[in-house]
Design a protein around this ligand. Structure first.
Ligand SMILES: Cc1ncc(COP(=O)(O)O)c(C=O)c1O
Length: 393
């Protein structure tokens, strides 16, 4: 299987971890030698309810017995998609009401950027340095990391960059700007939180010049930071919110939500302002609905903040310079990238899954399922501390 993996499946790094998966359940993934790995990564923040959550699996099975794909996006009334978008509206602040469902995060970002251009009639997009919004060419155009994008130029014209958390840069947002796109908490950059009312000030500036604020909640959204969406921690309501990852409870999805007034600009002059064949797929929507119900009906979101405290209490070592992030979106910032690599690789040997962040080589990602237990947190942190102590010798 390993040979075939390297021969036939396209690789995008020279060194994939290449663990061969047998099955996964709760907070554990099992390899084909039946070794159990405690999962502190959750498929990079995607498996919000752990692996094979019964409520999600059951919703998928029920939908499988009814119908699979029947029609392109938006033509037929399909119950799971309608109920999902309605429940999202119930949990989002006004005026965020109408949701467009896509197959992935990057596709939702494309839709959100198009919506900003379509609604304002302007073309300029402003994004943040070190931002990550996905890997299709539009999303890559607003990625703030030249090293990974220069080989793919030319990308979208009319994109400008500001520094996240730098108020002085807000004057670059002008009457030419269609939209400002920011991650609520910068992920790839190292889990950097907005400071001093920054996002509210960005929104104020957008309002002054008639630009739209797009917040990318693909990673922090769906309960990971103690509220359903990260922006609810920071005194701001975006014009467009983009979601994905944890929304699907382990299934592939993306979505963007805006007011009816904004969103309705996609259905006329020209009509079909955004098209997808599979977006809103009934099986995926059923999984998302079950995930959203579980997150909002349980006390998982409140527990997230208690679990953050436990991580911060247990992970103290001279090699850990800082723990960044919020809730269960945490990153250890260690002295250098060698230490980060060693922690990740040796923890895997010890049965704990950790991972890197895209643009910050000194970071170790900790984004476990929201369902992780206190006992599992203690067990995983013991492994990290053991690895760190071994490195001191
Ligand atoms: C903040 C953010 N935006 C967008 C994306 C892209 O989502 P997807 O990989 O589902 O296209 C990601 C994925 O890592 C992300 O973390």
């Amino acid at each position: 299987m390993k040979n075939d993996f390297f021969t036939y499946q396209a690789q995008t790094t020279p060194h994939p971890l290449a663990m061969e998966i047998s099955h996964a359940d709760g907070s554990y993934i099992y390899d084909t030698n039946q070794k159990a790995y405690l999962d502190f990564v959750a498929g990079v923040s995607a498996c919000s309810l752990g692996h094979k959550h019964p409520r999600v699996v059951n919703a998928i099975k029920v939908q499988l017995d009814q119908y699979l794909h029947v029609m392109v996006y938006g033509e037929y009334i399909q119950k799971s998609a309608v109920e999902l978008t309605k429940l999202l509206a119930a949990h989002l602040p006004n005026p965020l009401e109408k949701t467009y469902l896509t197959n992935s995060g990057t596709e939702a970002i494309e839709g959100a950027m198009k919506l900003a251009k379509r609604y304002t009639g302007r073309s300029e997009l402003i994004a943040a340095k070190h931002a990550y919004h996905g890997n299709t060419q539009g999303a890559m155009s607003v990625m703030g990391f030249e090293e990974r994008k220069s080989a793919f130029r030319p990308l979208l014209p009319d994109v400008r960059f500001i520094e996240f958390n730098k108020e002085a840069d807000l004057e670059k947002i002008t009457t030419k700007t269609a939209g400002v796109i920011l991650e609520t908490i910068q992920g790839g950059a190292g889990f950097i939180e907005p400071k001093n009312n920054y996002l509210a000030n960005v929104k104020k500036r957008c309002e002054e010049v008639g630009a739209l604020l797009i917040l990318d909640e693909i990673q922090p959204g769906f309960g990971r930071t103690g509220t359903l969406f990260g922006f609810q921690n920071y005194n701001v309501v975006p014009d467009i919110v983009v979601m994905g990852k944890g929304m699907g409870g382990g299934m592939p999805v993306g979505a963007f939500t805006a007011s009816a007034e904004l969103m309705d600009s996609l259905h006329d002059h020209p009509k079909l302002g955004h098209i997808t064949t599979f977006g809103g797929h009934p099986v995926i929507a059923a999984a998302c609905l079950a995930t959203l119900e579980e997150i909002t009906e349980s006390d998982l979101m409140a527990q997230t903040l208690e679990k953050e405290k436990l991580f911060r209490e247990l992970l103290q070592h001279k090699y850990i310079e800082e723990i960044r992030g919020k809730g269960l979106m945490l990153s250890l910032i260690v002295k250098n990238s060698d230490i980060a690599n060693q922690i990740i690789l040796e923890s895997q040997e010890e049965g704990l899954i950790l991972f890197w962040l895209l643009f910050e080589p000194k970071a170790v990602r900790i984004t476990p399922p929201l369902t992780i237990s206190e006992e599992e947190i203690r067990k995983g942190c013991d492994i990290i501390m053991k690895v760190l102590r071994k490195m001191e010798d």
